[in-house]
Design a protein around this ligand. Structure first.
Ligand SMILES: NC(=O)c1ccc[n+]([C@@H]2O[C@H](COP(=O)([O-])OP(=O)(O)OC[C@H]3O[C@@H](n4cnc5c(N)ncnc54)[C@H](OP(=O)(O)O)[C@@H]3O)[C@@H](O)[C@H]2O)c1
Length: 322
């Protein structure tokens, strides 16, 4: 099969389309003919050697796939054959990928492969940020950084569905428009002045109960300063670099909480099932809109990375597999 691999860490140009052996589904696994592979910001960090740096090379990137089950391994129900699915997996920048049976989610008929490819990594992350970590409830306010990104647009919608008031930050006016279209009540441009000051002005001087921060170094200070007393900052990414170490002493005055979320932490299976089913139901019933911002062919993976790390994308970035 054809797959995108890199042999050394570096710029987008290290991603190459190569011929590699077909993966064989092991016990409890299926093989998916990939139609769309999700691209995630973390893939660009892996390629740059900033994340998962100990993984052996050459390496095929990709952690989610949408496609059709074309073969099943030992012990797997044959009724999966031919079904349209999405799955959390590995090595999905490829024509074929294997996934564990329990990682499969049947793709509703009205949802395209491109839309489905963004459902799991970004969707589950957004769901756990809003519910498992943030415990957001009606009447609370949340500040979401990188609000027009893949996770950001989904987090806006899930936070609105929970009854919260949503404030977002973005880098451009067109991203601000898109975040508003997805339900954000207030969207701030980083360039238009002190974010925390504006957040406090928009919340009657109080601040927000929850901040979801994937940007890290450049937003950290404003995230802490935007919190209301007893507020909670959840860190889940470092797109602009690592934030400074947490100074616990500085949290006392407002009794603040700082935590971190990682999708690869082993989640209680029941919680993960609940999150996946909730996302699927939101999608089927048309309450969750998957914004596919950029679709490129598998062979153009390097360009997809360039656009994503250059802050030129909105919503989901997808590699279509012809
Ligand atoms: N913890 C987890 O388990 C988990 C899971 C999934 C994703 N994540 C993290 O969540 C974040 C969002 O992921 P995503 O795939 O949905 O990406 P994304 O948000 O679509 O893209 C990243 C966005 O970050 C913003 N950004 C701010 N400073 C940046 C900088 N210096 N360089 C590049 N981008 C910068 C940009 O938005 P503006 O131009 O509007 O600033 C950019 O569009 C990433 O940090 C990712 O690592 C974490």
């Amino acid at each position: 099969m054809k797959a995108i691999r890199y042999h050394e860490v570096g710029g987008p140009e290290v991603l190459r389309l190569e011929e590699v052996p077909d993966p064989v589904p092991g016990p409890g696994e299926v093989r998916i003919r990939v139609r769309a592979a999700g691209v995630n910001f973390a893939d660009t960090e892996r390629r740059r050697g900033l994340y998962d740096a100990q993984a052996p090379l050459p390496r095929i990137l990709g952690s989610e796939a949408a496609g059709v089950v074309e073969s099943v391994g030992p012990g797997v129900d044959a009724s999966w054959l031919g079904r349209r699915v999405v799955a959390l997996t590995v090595r999905s920048y490829a024509e074929l990928a294997t996934a564990r049976e329990e990682a499969l989610l049947v793709l509703p008929e009205r949802v395209s492969f491109e839309e489905g490819a963004g459902l799991l990594v970004q969707g589950l992350t957004a769901w756990h940020l809003v519910h498992t970590m943030g415990r957001l409830s009606a009447g609370q306010s949340v500040l979401i950084h990188a609000a027009a990104g893949g996770v950001g647009l989904l987090a806006i919608q899930l936070a609105k569905a929970a009854g919260a008031r949503v404030l977002g930050t973005v880098s451009t006016e067109s991203k601000a428009r898109l975040a508003r279209e997805h339900g954000a009540d207030e969207v701030l441009l980083y360039s238009e002045g002190d974010v925390a000051e504006r957040v406090r002005a928009l919340t009657g001087g109080r601040g927000v109960e929850l901040v979801l921060d994937s940007v890290g170094a450049s937003t950290w200070k404003s995230s802490l300063e935007s919190l209301a007393p007893f507020g909670h900052l959840v860190s889940y990414g470092n797109a602009s670099g690592q934030p400074p170490p947490v100074d616990v002493e500085s949290l006392f005055e407002k009794s603040l909480k700082v935590s971190a979320y990682w999708l690869h932490t082993i989640h209680p299976p029941e919680l993960q099932r609940q999150a996946r089913e909730a996302l699927r139901a939101e999608l089927v019933e048309g309450r969750l809109r998957m914004q596919v911002g950029l679709v490129l062919d598998l062979a153009q993976a390097a360009e997809a990375h360039r656009q994503l790390e250059g802050r030129n994308t909105v919503g989901k970035v997808v590699l279509r597999v012809p």
